[in-house]
Design a protein around this ligand. Structure first.
Ligand code: KG4
Ligand code: ZN
Length: 347
């Protein structure tokens, strides 16, 4: 199939432990995902209880060409049809970022295709709108393994941070609790599944910073409260199975409630009733049901990405790539060669 009049966008995402390559198409009918290949490394890191950066980058190297070939072939297209290359340049693990970004730069330079570098968080922020049109302004809640941030988004280029965690990210809280109890990585998904069988009212965990007069959050105190509850019941390995399920359900409830409260506060402060929730933790079923309940009762519009687009993927990077300025490898040679991974790139 040839797409010469349309823009085929080849996108890469490799900021943490997933290597992903996607092909998107933008034409008169909007923006469509033609393919979105994700090589996950959960099995590599699970035994360590978290992502080991050196192992992540080594496995990205192995995945980089198969992911590219798979994405092109699934989309029914070839490199000669590509009109734009997008890649995550930060934030993330520098060794991981470099693999996807350098693959993107190489293709861009060799075939003289403009390159656009994307902030990973920006990819998450707009991911709920993939396939729909953005509705500005909106409040964006980004909840992942490294971020728990609230933004006021007025346009693709006007994004203001208005609240964030002061310590652990919400995904990190789930990952650490799961690890403490020996359930492995990624903890958020494991806890979410097991929490379905527990009683969410069994334990009254604190809602840190619930009444603070700002939009900041904190999750490390909640983590300590959960770990103390586990220890009081005998500790990891000795605690009864039913108590573990209740702890997971009560923890998920406390995390969901605090995220919900702070997001609602943001909506009230800024007079906005459209909310886009994204990032790996947005796959959480209790968070989804709590926010969806808000939509039903009070005229709010709550948008989530589909579950596969909640966790890291290249399609969201390609989507953001259509709205950002690109760099021409020939005309803007100096700027092009200066594009590099930035592990702590802040929006
Ligand atoms: O966005 P993401 O894939 O990577 C980062 O940018 O960090 O998010 C990964 C995080 C991990 O902490 C993982 O435990 C969490 O998302 N996660 C979940 C669920 N699925 C993944 N947390 C809660 N509920 C889930 N269903
Ligand atoms: Zn992410």
């Amino acid at each position: 199939m040839s797409y010469s009049k349309d823009i085929i966008n080849l996108a890469f995402e490799s900021s943490c432990d997933d290597f992903s390559c996607a092909v998107l198409l933008k034409n008169g009918g909007g923006i469509k995902i033609l393919s979105n290949i994700i090589y996950s490394q959960d099995f590599v890191h699970s035994i360590y209880g978290g992502v080991v950066p050196e192992l992540a980058s080594r496995n990205h190297i192995k995945a980089s060409l198969p992911a590219l070939k798979g994405a092109l072939s699934k989309a029914g297209t070839a490199l000669k049809d590509v009109g734009l290359v997008s890649a995550t340049a930060g934030p993330g693990l520098v060794g991981s970022l470099l693999i996807g970004l350098m693959e993107a730069k190489t293709i861009s330079y060799a075939l003289n295709i403009p390159l656009v570098k994307i902030n990973h968080i920006e990819g998450h922020i707009f991911s709920p709108f993939l396939g729909n049109k953005e509705e500005f302004p909106f409040i964006a809640l980004v909840i992942s393994g490294g971020h728990t941030h609230i933004y006021l988004v007025k346009s693709h280029s006007d994004i203001k941070l208005i609240g964030k965690t002061r310590d652990d990210a919400c995904g990190e809280l789930f990952d650490k609790v799961s690890n403490y109890l020996g359930f492995g990585y990624p903890g958020g998904r494991i806890i979410d599944g097991l929490a379905e069988k527990g009683d969410r009212n069994a334990f009254k965990f604190p809602l840190p910073m619930e009444h603070s007069r700002n939009l900041d959050m904190s999750f490390s105190g909640l983590k300590t409260a959960v770990i103390s509850a586990v220890d009081n019941l005998g500790g990891p390995g000795k605690i009864e199975d039913d108590a573990v399920l209740d702890i997971f359900a009560s923890l998920r409830e406390a995390a969901a409630k605090i995220l919900y409260k702070k997001t609602l506060d943001a909506c009230n402060i800024y007079g906005i009733n459209t909310v886009a929730v994204s990032g790996g933790v947005s796959a959480n079923s209790r968070i989804r049901s709590l926010f969806t309940g808000l939509e039903k009762k009070s005229g709010f519009k709550i948008i989530f990405p589909s579950v596969p687009l909640s966790t890291d993927n290249a399609a969201m990077i390609g989507y953001a790539g259509y709205f950002k300025p690109s760099v021409d490898p020939v005309k803007n040679k100096e700027e092009f060669f200066n594009i590099n991974a930035d592990s702590s790139w802040e929006l």
